[in-house]
Design a protein around this ligand. Structure first.
Ligand code: AMP
Length: 406
C-alpha cells in the first residue's frame, strides 16, 4: 500500500525528524576526516528542499560506520554537517548528541526552514537494539517523522522504526522522503509489471546472496544474464570444470533448481561461454588470458566474462524494454578484469537512450557506472546495498512498513 510522502504533509513550523543515509566513505587527511564520496548527501537534497520550502524545522539524523555504542571520533557526522552546508548554501547546525539536553537545546534553536544535524545515532548502543526508551528520547522534541534513509530501511533500529512507532502512537505522521519514494517506485512498482522484454543482469561474488532475487525474477524476466563469480556455481551445476574459481559447492543444488525453473518457464538463462582467467601468485593476479572453452583449467580462476559473452549479453540488453542490473561481471576493481562489466554498462546506457527503463540495484554496479561516466545515462540507480537486495527479494522493509499509510 502507498505510504505518505513529504508532499502529503503540511509542515510549516513543524519539527521534522528526518532520518537520512549519510553513511558516507571518509578518509583521514592531515588529522581531519574528509568525505570521499558525497553521493548519499546529494541524494537527500530534493527532500531537504521540499522540507525547507514548506517551512519545516529540519532535524537530521543518521548513522556513520559501526561505532558500537562508543563515541568514536573518526565516526562523527560533524564533517557531514559542513559538507551539507556547502552543498545547500545554507547554515547547518550540529548537535554533539542525538538525544538529551544538547539535542533539545539545538532543536529549540531552530527557526522555520533551518537545518540541524544530530550526531551519529550509533554512538548509542540502544539505536541498533531498537530500544523503546531510546526511541522515546529521539522523538521527545519533534512532531513529524520523515524517513529518507532507504539504505537503512531493512534494519529495525530506533531511528528507523522505534521512533516511527512512538510518533504513530501519539497520533503523529510518519512519511517517506522523496529519495525513499523513488527507491520504492523503481525497485518496487516499476518491476511489478515491467515492460517486456525484461532483461535481468546479475553478477557479483555469491549465488547465495542473490538466489532469492533470481527465484523471484524467474517469474517475470524474459532473459537472465549471469556474470561474476556466481556464474561458476551454475557451471558446476552443469557439470563443467571451474578450476580454482570462486564457487559455493554447497549451493549447487539451488543453482540447479534455478536452471530447472528457468527451463520450465521458458526464461532464457545465459551463462558465460568464454572467460578471462588468471592466477593469484604472491598475492597478485598474474598471467591473465582468454579462455574460450566452457571448462576452466585447474590452477586458474575465472575473473571476468570474455568478449564473446559480453557481445551476446550486450545484444540481449539492446532489445530490452526494462533492465534490472545488480553486480559486476568480474573483478572489476582490477582494470584488466573490468571489460565485461564495462561492456554491460555501455549496453545498459545505450538501451536506456533507446527508450528502455534501466534500474540499477545498488552497490558495485553503481560504482561501475560512475567509473565509466555513465551514471547519468541510466533511469535509476539505487542508493541502497543490503536494503536494495532485500527489497528485490520481495521482503517488506521494516523502515517502510513503519510509515503511515496514505
Ligand atoms: P557483490 O557484492 O555480491 O555484488 O559482489 C561484488 C564483488 O564480486 C566485487 O568485489 C567483485 O570483485 C567480485 N567478483 C566479481 N566477479 C568475480 C569473480 N569472477 N571472482 C571473484 N570475485 C568476483
Amino acid at each position: 500500500m502507498a505510504k505518505l510522502t513529504v508532499n502529503d504533509l503540511a509542515l510549516q513550523g513543524k519539527r521534522v525528524f528526518t532520518r537520512v543515509d549519510y553513511n558516507v566513505p571518509m578518509e583521514e587527511s592531515n588529522g581531519a576526516m574528509v568525505i570521499n564520496d558525497d553521493t548519499r548527501i546529494r541524494a537527500t537534497l530534493p527532500t531537504l528542499a521540499a522540507l525547507r520550502a514548506q517551512g519545516a524545522r529540519i532535524v537530521l539524523a543518521a548513522h556513520l560506520g559501526r561505532p558500537k555504542g562508543e563515541r568514536v571520533a573518526s565516526m562523527s557526522l560533524r564533517p557531514v554537517a559542513d559538507k551539507l552546508a556547502e552543498l545547500t548554501g545554507q547554515p547547518v547546525a550540529f548537535s554533539d548528541d542525538c538525544v538529551g539536553e544538547a539535542a533539545e537545546a539545538a532543536i529549540n534553536n531552530l527557526q522555520d526552514g533551518e537545518m540541524l544535524l544530530l550526531e551519529n545515532v550509533r554512538y548509542h548502543s540502544c539505536e541498533e537494539a531498537n530500544d523503546s526508551a531510546f526511541a522515546e528520547q529521539l522523538a521527545a522534541n519533534v512532531d513529524v517523522f520523515v524517513n529518507d534513509a532507504f539504505g537503512a530501511a531493512h534494519r529495525a533500529h530506533a531511528s528507523t522504526v522505534g521512533i516511527a512507532e512512538v510518533i504513530t502512537a501519539r497520533g503523529g505522521q510518519c512519511a517517506a522522503g522523496l529519495l525513499m519514494e523513488r527507491e520504492l517506485q523503481f525497485l518496487g512498482e516499476e518491476l511489478k509489471t515491467p515492460d517486456k522484454p525484461f532483461v535481468v543482469i546479475l553478477g557479483g561474488a555469491k549465488v547465495s546472496d542473490k538466489i532469492k532475487i533470481i527465484d523471484r525474477l524467474l517469474e517475470k524476466a524474459d532473459t537472465i544474464l549471469i556474470g561474476g563469480a556466481m556464474a561458476y556455481t551454475f557451471k558446476l551445476a552443469l557439470g563443467k570444470s571451474v578450476g580454482d574459481s570462486l564457487v559455493e559447492p554447497d549451493k549447487v543444488d539451488i543453482a540447479q533448481a534455478a536452471l530447472d525453473k528457468a527451463a520450465e518457464r521458458g526464461v532464457e538463462f545465459l551463462l558465460p561461454s568464454d572467460n578471462l582467467i588468471s592466477q593469484m601468485i604472491n598475492g597478485k593476479w598474474a598471467n591473465p588470458e582468454l579462455n574460450r572453452a566452457e571448462d576452466i583449467p585447474d590452477g586458474r580462476e575465472g575473473v571476468d566474462i570474455g568478449p564473446a559473452t559480453a557481445a551476446r549479453y550486450a545484444e540481449a540488453i539492446t532489445g530490452a524494454k526494462t533492465i534490472l542490473w545488480n553486480g559486476p561481471m568480474g573483478i572489476f576493481e582490477d582494470d584488466r578484469f573490468a571489460k565485461g562489466t564495462m561492456a554491460v554498462a555501455v549496453a545498459v546506457a545505450a538501451a536506456t537512450g533507446a527508450g528502455a527503463v534501466s534500474i540499477i540495484g545498488g552497490g558495485d554496479s553503481v560504482k561501475a557506472l560512475n567509473q565509466n561516466g555513465l551514471a547519468g545515462q541510466v533511469t535509476f540507480m539505487s542508493t541502497g546495498g543490503g536494503a536494495s537486495l532485500e527489497f528485490l527479494e520481495g521482503n517488506e522493509l521494516p523502515g517502510v512498513a513503519a510509515l503511515t499509510e496514505k
